[in-house]
Design a protein around this ligand. Sequence first.
Ligand code: PRP
Length: 210
Amino acid sequence: MSDMINVALPKGRLGEQVYDMFEAAGYPCAEIREDSRKLIFENNEAGIRYFWVKPSDVAIYVERGAADIGVAGKDILLEYRPDIYELLDLGVGKCFMAVAGKRDFHDNTGRTLKVATKFPHIASEYYSGLCREIDIIKLMGSIELAPILGLSDVIVDIVETGTTLKENDLVVLEKIVPVSARLISNKVSFKFKNVEINRIVDAMREHINR
Ligand code: PRP
């Protein structure tokens, strides 16, 4: 039982896609597909136990060892910089971090730029690299509203299909960094469950390259 691998999966569409990858790689747990409110699923023969976790919390479970491994977006890893190992780019959940704003936006460098975002660290780091002074407005969601209502000049946010921007008459002004889902590991687990974790990484890599 001790070598059971605990996996934190991001609840939602990306998590289901990622679970499909684990299943195809030889780590199935049929019960997970049943429509229920259950959060923990295990397959003793495969030595794996899955948890459904809020996507932005996966790195916390893994960093603190409540999960041995997990799947988190590169955006979350860049923003929170958890003390974990990043093992594999899963090549799914692809999107990018961008500065976006109104079509007619012109940066007046004479004054502080107001930036609304869920990602204050990524935004600060990006603008400090440009030596641009900014005022961060931290929001939890619906970031696109901020420039429309004059709460901010621009936003720093995730763009996936671009539909949210388009439907709100906003445009990408600058691309910051590409984002995708990463397989991450707790550092202590990686040492003590190294064989099992590496077996999973190899199986996932093989599945991705198939
Ligand atoms: C994210 C992001 C954008 C949207 C981008 O929001 O913050 O709003 O998805 O996707 P698109 O380019 O495919 O339109 P999320 O769905 O996480 O909701 P939120 O507004 O609660 O952050």
